[in-house]
Design a protein around this ligand. Structure first.
Ligand code: NAD
Length: 522
């Protein structure tokens, strides 16, 4: 095999590769030269500089693997690679410990005022009293998001003899108790924790998860750390909370705008510690990423299967499944967002012609990917989705029915957890379509910002919802209503120009005769 290393990666990875294959290192290669020369290579290793675009992939007549030393793969055209049967791999685990250790560093820095003490000594001062700190021991750690990084922080904080409480509505209780942590709600974390650390992805649900009200709920001597993504903490609200000493302090590695503006008000404050998005930057993380991707390429060269494949190479009958991939993903996403919490069980039933396809596993994988993507940070793929689902305690039931309920094909996805159950059915009619939500027949394109309400089917209910949305400047694009004459209930599905903010959803739920209101993004 011949491999091009197109971005600077740690030499340990290159050494490993060189023992097994021809390696060309050209970390300054231009996009034009890459297109010209890519046909010479069986594999390419990149970090973030090199863009493996559609044009590169089209010219890559011999390429079998694209390996990204790191997590995100925004610089690779995944669809084009899949279409050409080229495997894309990454190194998702390489940064978890590094980010967890940075989080510990920031917690200690806040507890012992390290950064301002350092500055003071360098200014020639000796202000011992000013820098009285607190211990981590016996303090309550509140973790928001108990995934790869959150769980590494927890195990390190155990060594500091801290008690841990966790807010992660997508983690089943059984899995949390196996991890030795207690799950609770966000309010309890905010009220009880002395140190709060955030490890969730940035989604419409987590955008400004911590804002004015949340800071007011936190203890006035508590600390908060964000090494996840900018925008989860509302920085304007943070500034006021720190300035008015509503909380003890904050440490940020990530910002709403990166780099932050030179005149950011946050820079005026003493009770904040700031680092320039370096939580994942250690020699070990870079070395591990390089070694992991080198090993993936070597596995492929020995006809073994790489472990972190992000796409699934095309199978012979891929074309028969293609029309249903997107609707499967959307149905999964719909269910996970309507359940609004962990999924205990997903039942997927294929009806009509789609039920007759030989191996529906690829479709089920797409449902699972769609179901977990809204709340897992990155890279839930059709390859790893079944494994992640199992780790997260989701049981999957697959079935077929012999008719399509009047359509050529229909796919039903039903999900449940301890508090809710929801089902949705859809198909592909040139475009993905939702046909049924619970017991109500509808005809909706699942795309963009959407809103679902269940209400009593009496005059005025629809008007009240429309008025409240209008009062909040939310424009309705498409409206669909499904009625159940027996129960006297109806369901409304709206496609909107923008998302419905959480407080508006809460106000909608309070309206008379409105039984449920859910915002989602498909
Ligand atoms: P992960 O997907 O393994 O875990 C995310 C966890 O958050 C999951 O357990 C999920 O159930 C939970 N979650 C999702 N939505 C939630 C919500 N609304 N409320 C509470 N919990 C919720 O992700 P990870 O690899 O642990 O990464 C965590 C964060 O760290 C991500 O935002 C990632 O982008 C970020 N990150 C930052 C750096 C850096 O350089 N600062 C480096 C790597 C990762």
């Amino acid at each position: 095999m011949k491999v091009l290393v197109a971005d600077a990666i740690n030499e340990k990875g290159i050494e490993k590769l060189e023992k097994e294959m021809d390696v060309v290192v050209d970390t300054n290669i231009t996009p034009e030269d890459l297109i010209k020369t890519i046909k010479e290579y069986d594999g390419i290793i990149i970090r973030s500089r090199t863009k493996v675009t559609k044009e590169v992939i089209q010219a890559a007549d011999n390429l079998k693997i694209i390996a990204r030393a790191g997590v995100g793969v925004d610089n690779v055209d995944l669809d084009a690679a899949t279409e050409k049967g080229i495997m894309v791999v990454n190194s998702p685990e390489s940064t978890s410990i590094t980010v967890a250790e940075h989080t510990m560093g920031l917690m200690l820095s806040l507890a012992r005022k390290l950064s301002i003490a350092d500055k003071s000594v360098k200014e020639g001062k000796w202000e011992k009293k000013k820098f009285m700190g607190v211990e981590l021991r016996n303090k309550t750690l509140g973790v928001i998001g108990m995934g790869r990084i959150g769980s590494q922080v927890v195990s390190r904080c155990k060594a500091f003899e801290m008690d841990t409480i966790v807010y992660d509505p997508y983690l089943p209780e059984e899995i949390a108790s196996q991890m030795g942590v207690q799950l609770t709600d966000l309010n309890t974390v905010l009220k009880k924790a002395d140190f709060i650390t955030i490890h969730v992805p940035l989604t419409s649900e987590t955008k400004h998860l911590i804002s004015t009200e949340e800071f007011k709920t936190m203890k006035d001597n508590s600390f908060i750390v964000n090494c996840a993504r900018g925008g989860i903490i509302d920085e304007e609200a943070l500034y006021h909370a720190l300035k008015n000493e509503e909380i003890g302090g904050c440490a940020l590695d990530v910002y709403e705008e990166e780099p932050p503006k030179k005149d950011s008000k946050l820079f005026e404050l003493d009770n904040i510690v700031l680092t320039p998005h370096i939580a994942a930057s250690t020699k070990e993380a870079q070395r591990d990423a390089a070694i992991i991707v080198a090993e993936e390429v070597i596995r492929l060269s020995k006809n073994e299967s790489p472990q972190n494949i992000l796409n699934m190479p095309r199978t012979d009958n891929y074309k028969a499944y293609m029309p249903f991939l997107e609707i499967c993903k959307k149905l999964g996403s719909f269910i996970s967002q309507t359940l609004n919490g962990n999924i205990d069980e997903l039942e997927i039933v294929y009806g009509g012609e789609v039920g007759e396809l030989k191996n529906k596993e690829i479709l089920t994988r797409n449902v699972l990917q769609g179901a977990m993507n809204p709340y897992l940070s990155e890279n839930v793929t059709t390859v790893n989705a079944p494994i992640i689902a199992k780790e997260r305690g989701i049981s999957v039931i697959e079935g077929i029915r012999n008719d399509g309920k009047g359509y050529d094909s229909i796919i039903k996805v039903a999900g449940k957890n301890k508090n809710h159950s929801f089902s949705v059915e859809g198909t592909n009619l040139h475009d993905p379509k939702i046909l049924k939500v619970n017991d109500y027949w509808v005809d909706v394109k699942p795309e963009g910002h959407m809103f679902i309400a269940k209400y009593k089917d009496i005059p005025g209910s629809i008007g009240k919802i429309g008025t409240l949305l209008g009062e909040n400047d939310i424009n309705i694009g498409v409206m669909q209503v499904g009625r159940d004459l027996n129960s006297g209930e109806a369901i409304m599905i709206l496609t909107l120009d923008q998302s419905v903010p959480k407080p508006v959803i809460e106000d909608l739920k309070k309206l008379d005769n409105i039984h449920n209101a859910i915002g989602l993004k498909l």
